[in-house]
Design a protein around this ligand. Structure first.
Ligand code: SF4
Ligand code: FES
Length: 262
């Protein structure tokens, strides 16, 4: 066990844990934009910065670090809300807002940290609305294993793209990228019998065999059927969730009826 102090409170953590993990476990709030517990941290947005002080052989060292990637050390002293940190977060937010000026989440944080949303000229006239946090790319590769999107180019030209601008064969339309995106820029739009995933892929949608309702991308249902042995009758994949539930409920009622004593 490692003992450290966060905001004046003595806390404990395990070897290899980050400051953010220990802080959250102890109900100490630190803002994050590019961090998600189930993904490898990237330390890209810097909004989670904290002030860290360590003392080794009588020498004190203080620096500012991203808490989501900074491992804890014995005797470390961490400040998550010092005046310096509040200033740093304000500047980081003003810079991030130049990339995503209409992001509600960023504007909310800007109000909290007294940041000026118009301090810097908007990159791409604000159209990209992306802070390049990489969450969409990481969720697609690390959790969904689709590898449909990636980042391309460098500096102000850097963007999230599909390899060769085509994701048709690998994107399953799960929507995880849109779900995790902190700026809400990724749009998944149903267009008749197709679903358009942020103009990265256009996928066919399956119709329910029972009620005829459109309910899910064909490629996603095929992947579920192929990759996960869910022990589900293959025919159930042709049904929308409502019809599937009804059929399963009927089956259960029939089976339990067999054992009924009435
Ligand atoms: S699209 Fe959203 S999730 Fe992806 S890098 Fe940009 S801000 Fe992050
Ligand atoms: S949340 Fe830590 S750098 Fe983004």
């Amino acid at each position: 066990m490692i003992t450290l102090t966060i905001d004046g409170v003595e806390v404990k953590g395990n070897e290899g844990e980050t400051i953010l993990e220990v802080a959250r476990r102890n109900n100490i709030s630190v803002p994050t934009l590019c961090y998600l517990e189930s993904l490898t941290p990237s330390g890209s947005c810097r909004i989670c910065v904290v002030e860290v002080t360590t003392e080794k052989r009588g020498k004190k060292k203080t620096w500012v670090d991203a808490s989501c990637v900074c491992p804890i050390e014995e005797g470390m002293v961490v400040q998550t809300k010092s005046p310096k940190i509040m200033r740093e977060r304000r500047v980081i937010l003003e810079l991030l807002l130049s990339r995503a000026p209409v992001s509600e989440k960023l504007l909310e944080l800007a109000r909290e940290y007294n940041a000026d949303p118009r301090k810097y000229t908007a990159v791409d006239k604000g159209e990209a609305n992306c802070i390049l946090c990489g969450l969409c790319v990481r969720v697609c590769s690390e959790l969904i294993h689709s590898y449909s999107i990636t980042t391309a180019f460098r500096g102000v030209r850097k963007k999230v793209l599909t390899p060769f601008k085509i994701a048709q064969d690998v994107c399953i339309g799960c929507g995880a990228c849109a779900y995790v995106c902190p700026t809400g820029v990724i749009k998944i739009i149903e267009e008749g019998e197709k679903v358009n995933v942020n103009n990265w892929a256009e996928l066919d949608v399956k119709r329910c065999r029972e009620c005829g309702k459109l309910f899910g991308p064909v490629i996603q249902l095929e992947k579920l059927q192929k990759d996960y042995s869910l022990n589900i009758d293959a025919e159930l994949y042709d049904l929308c969730p409502d019809c599937r539930r009804k059929i399963l409920e009927n089956q259960i009622t029939k089976t339990s009826g067999m054992w009924s004593t009435e």
